[in-house]
Design a protein around this ligand. Structure first.
Ligand SMILES: NC(=O)c1ccc[n+]([C@@H]2O[C@H](COP(=O)([O-])OP(=O)(O)OC[C@H]3O[C@@H](n4cnc5c(N)ncnc54)[C@H](O)[C@@H]3O)[C@@H](O)[C@H]2O)c1
Ligand SMILES: [Zn+2]
Length: 370
């Protein structure tokens, strides 16, 4: 078992342990809650949901289970209202707890509902995707999507900082996760390694084949090591006044790719291409720096080893991507700031870059000129 601590205003522990779902009940009891609303991703109700429910009941928690559908269209107010209604029906009080068992989507909705039910109740996160284990469940951000005036869905436009009392990450739950979702989570792990530095990159290089083969020991080590990076950054900068922005490495690009029609990319796949674009941007800004060149080559090798994309699956006009990044001709980049990886463990944020460098970076990941 590894326990990773987040310190500061959002202090909480992240327990990483194979089989930890069995101790979920006692961990929830330890928060002081007697009743718990167990919100479970519908895809895993029969498997992990049943085991979580048994553990809670065995520990003496009065448990009400509610199913959520992990779909961005469902990450909206009706789901929050359903959670509140279920909590009221089960007479949950301010001393009780909401428990999220699922990926980042379930964690975000349940966290947001917990932040405001009776002005805030205890939240326990039990992440079941790699992305949620190393990223979404830790750090206190919760949120839902809102419908924009034009009818489209605005991602994470309502939310709250509401840290969990504890995160219980059981790598055994990943056994049922589809391979594409699993590899998608690896993109965030590679991002954390770039931020963390040499030793972490070397660890990934040495273990990537075992990680891809889903070796349980390699996965447990990966989750513990990766979530520790997020925990350290969030401990130093809980509300993203500065350094927390480094966790957005690759994401300015990724968010643009995700909203392009027809690319059909999972978040982590978009992040993988975004990480490569960020490396190429760093090189374009300073082509003679060997540290940037060598880091870019290492990141590319890791992404390939993780079977993640390093370029766009179909060519898209650079201008269309730039427009989605708010980096169009009119603004010419003013206002858009980038996270730039300059060496292993040295990631700068809030960097204003040359428009030419962005175009070079986009060309390098397969964007077309027109
Ligand atoms: N709060 C944060 O800091 C933060 C950070 C990153 C992402 N997020 C949010 O997280 C969401 C993405 O999270 P995600 O990548 O975990 O996706 P997800 O929660 O949508 O889950 C991905 C898919 O895996 C399925 N699934 C989950 N666990 C499973 C398991 N153990 N076995 C089989 N199937 C399983 C789900 O049903 C879904 O189909 C987005 O909504 C994003 O906005 C939040
Ligand atoms: Zn991400």
């Amino acid at each position: 078992m590894t326990i990773v601590a987040v310190t500061g205003p959002f202090a909480h522990e992240v327990v990483v342990e194979a089989g930890a779902l069995a101790s979920l009940g006692s961990r929830v009891r330890a928060t002081g809650a007697a009743r718990v609303l167990l919100a479970v991703d519908r895809a895993i109700v029969a498997s992990h949901g049943a085991r979580a429910h048994a553990s809670l009941t065995a520990a003496g928690c009065a448990t009400t289970m509610i199913e959520l559908v992990a779909n961005e269209k469902e990450k909206t107010m009706p789901a929050v209202e359903a959670l509140w209604s279920a909590a009221l029906a089960a007479s949950l009080t301010r001393r009780d707890a909401f428990l999220a068992l699922g990926g980042g989507l379930v964690g975000d909705v349940v966290g947001f509902a917990a932040a405001s039910y009776l002005r805030g109740v205890t939240l326990v996160q039990a992440p079941t995707t790699l992305l949620a284990m190393v990223d979404a469940s830790t750090g206190g951000k919760t949120g839902i999507n809102l419908r924009l005036p034009d009818g489209s869905l605005g991602k994470n436009l309502a939310g709250a900082f509401w840290p969990p009392a504890v995160v219980v990450a059981d790598p055994d739950t990943l056994s049922t996760l589809p391979d594409r979702e699993y590899r998608s989570g690896l993109a965030e792990c590679i991002k954390h390694a770039i931020i963390d530095g040499e030793a972490h990159l070397a660890f990934l290089e040495a273990s990537m084949s075992a990680i891809v083969a889903r070796d349980p020991n390699a996965i447990a080590a990966l989750v513990a090591r990766s979530v520790a990076v997020k925990a350290a950054v969030v401990s130093r900068d809980p509300r993203e006044a500065g350094e927390r922005a480094t966790l957005n490495l690759g994401h300015t690009f990724a968010h643009a790719f995700e909203t392009l029609d027809g690319l059909d990319l999972l978040h982590g796949e978009a992040v993988a291409i975004g990480l490569m674009a960020a490396q190429r941007l760093a090189e374009a800004e300073n082509p003679s720096d060997p540290a940037r060149r060598s880091l870019a080559a290492r990141v590319e090798r890791l992404l390939v080893a993780a079977r993640l994309p390093t370029s766009l699956p179909t060519p898209v006009a650079a201008s269309a991507i730039e427009a989605r990044m708010g980096f169009d001709k009119k603004s010419d980049g003013r206002g858009v700031r980038f996270v730039v990886p300059v060496a292993a463990g040295e990631v700068r944020y809030g960097v204003a870059v040359e428009g030419r460098s962005v175009r070079d970076a986009l060309a390098a990941i397969g964007a077309s000129a027109s």
